[in-house]
Design a protein around this ligand. Structure first.
Ligand SMILES: [Zn+2]
Length: 50
């Protein structure tokens, strides 16, 4: 149950992230196993954020 809530919060967080540059919506792109980070791409300016 706790895991489910955690996952829900993570998904919610992903949808709520906005680009610091232009304020566009950041879409989850992929998980970078090298840097161990989630990579997001801005739908407006195309910049990648971690
Ligand atoms: Zn942007």
């Amino acid at each position: 149950m706790k895991i489910l809530i955690k996952l829900k919060n993570k998904i919610r967080k992903i949808f709520e992230i906005h680009c610091p540059d232009c304020g566009g919506i950041l879409k989850y792109e992929f998980y970078d196993p090298v840097h161990k980070v989630d990579v997001f791409r801005c739908q407006e300016c195309g910049k990648e954020w971690v």
